[in-house]
Design a binder for this molecule. Structure first.
Ligand SMILES: *Cc1c(COP(=O)(O)O)cnc(C)c1O
Length: 217
């Protein structure tokens, strides 16, 4: 696969739903990819990336932004509270707001800086014990609490259970977002982004299908 091939599949998936192709943002997930692959995608003109690790992003993106200009980088990995300050300086959006202690920390940082990245609340749609995220039944209250702290919650994010059909999870996330008046839906990865688009995804997070398989060192 390649960037062009994924963009073309995105366009086809949107057309099948009568959606404008611009209504879905393609986040190229560049975590642990060799730098030359990331530069290649930047040279093709792509400007929206996703990272999972604060330190890796910090080592990579200040330089690449200096070289390529306005690039948006979204945090899509678990965020430790003690890295929140660095994260709000580095990222344009954080997709993994998954607990109250992090919301409180981000609210404090937003006050001090008079700015905040856009936020997505991560929902544990499969109620998996080992997975981060707010449980579906707790999400309305959590979103309300974030709003009461003036946090810019743009939408919801989920990572469906690996062994299951993703569609019911995407559907559930879309329902929770709709009843909370949230327009952003961060869902869909290399293996299921077309299904996510069919269920209303506004941000798809695609890594290996663009860059090739990740090799963890
Ligand atoms: C790594 C990752 C992705 C991208 O996964 P691919 O299967 O390579 O497309 C998407 N979302 C999250 C949260 C990830 O950690």
């Amino acid at each position: 696969m390649s960037l062009a091939a994924i963009q073309s599949r995105l366009t086809t998936a949107c057309a099948a739903q009568n959606r404008a192709p611009g209504s879905v943002q393609l986040i190229a997930v560049s975590k642990v990819q060799p730098l030359d692959r990331v530069v290649d995608v930047l040279e093709q003109g792509h400007r929206l990336f996703g990272e999972n690790y604060v330190q890796e992003a910090q080592a990579k993106w200040p330089d690449l932004r200096a070289r390529f200009g306005a690039v948006q980088v979204h945090m899509i990995g678990p965020l430790q509270t003690n890295k929140a300050k660095l994260a709000v300086e580095l990222f344009d959006a954080i997709h993994t707001l998954d607990r109250m202690s992090l919301a409180e920390k981000l609210a404090k940082l937003a006050q001090t800086r008079a700015a905040s990245p856009q936020l997505f609340v991560q929902v544990n749609t499969g109620a998996e014990p080992q997975k981060a995220g707010i449980l579906p039944d707790d999400t309305d209250a959590f979103v309300a609490q974030c709003r009461a702290m003036d946090l810019p919650v743009q939408g919801l994010m989920c990572i469906p259970p690996e062994a299951e059909d993703a569609a019911p999870h995407f559907k559930l996330l879309a329902q929770i977002a709709a009843r909370n008046d949230l327009s952003g839906l961060s869902m869909g990865m290399s293996s299921d982004f077309e299904t996510a688009i069919a269920h209303g995804a506004t941000h798809i997070r695609v890594g290996s299908a663009i860059f090739g398989a990740r090799t963890y060192g």
